[in-house]
Design a protein around this ligand. Sequence first.
Ligand code: MRU
Length: 338
Amino acid sequence: MRTIEWDEGTVTIVDQTKLPDETFYLSMTKCDEVASAIQEMKVRGAPLIGVAAAYGLALTAYHSKAKTRAALMRQMETSAKTLKGTRPTAVNLFWAIDRVLSKARGTIGSAKTVARVVVDEARGMADEDVEINRKIGANGSKLICDGDVLLTHCNAGSLATVDYGTALGVIRTAWEAGRKIRVIATETRPRLQGARLTAYELKRDGIPVTLITDNMVGYAMSQRLINKVVVGADRIVRDAVVNKIGTYTIAVLAHEHGIPFYVAAPTSTFDLAQASQDVVIEERSRDEVSYIGSERVTPAEVDVLNPAFDITPMKYVSAIICETGVLSPAEFLQAASA
Ligand code: MRU
């Protein structure tokens, strides 16, 4: 199944907090449940939280008892506010909510008509996500050669999208085309998306993967164990790529070792109106750092810093792989200033 599905007013997701040990399908019929699933990272990854939010609005519309179009729009605005308050950094969340709202606002007709249009829009966005990831894969795989060892960070795979993935989409396409490649995945403290999700996805698909802890990247690069990096993104602003905490360290190390650093993301992740100083970096609970599983590994009262994302200046980026092609930072900047 895809990572998220819609069926007659029910949204079903794979609860990613339970992977890799348990594949638990969580079914939801209320937008508030979708908002909690996003906040608690049962669904995660920029493209997927965008589609999940669109489906959250679709649930509000589908189950609404509003008699008028105006009353339905008020309910949708309330749901949109709740969804936008879940996670601040991935721009796809805001992009998806605004796209669905604007479609609803532009629809003339009864509450029922608007509800139908909203559901269709959300379903269309889910299908579109898969098509876009396939295109990202096709564009990016041209950069991958036989014998490459690719480092990826966090999880930018089918679990972070509706299906196929962005950074892992590039790796998948290269693998499916017969390229003999290997992947090094970072564990991605503190939520372990690399250890739990990327390692799980790649093993499931039979793509050779070796797991390292985040602090082994410098060693692995210095020993020439890695020759390309490909990561996803949560927001690409005019001057930087915002992605999972640890990405910046990897990019600087790649630069130091002359290793290409690629970012794979759909254009819905582009936020050309903003620059790095405008981005809100999500700060998550101290417990994510002080606990490993259910065990506290730190002194009880130690101060903890837990930013979920960091900012990689464009000078460290070799290229951005999106559904329209492979953009050099200069081409990206040209698009940004157009
Ligand atoms: O906090 P998460 O797990 O939602 O963060 C996910 C990432 O940082 C991914 O690298 C990014 O969203 C790209 S996913 C295709």
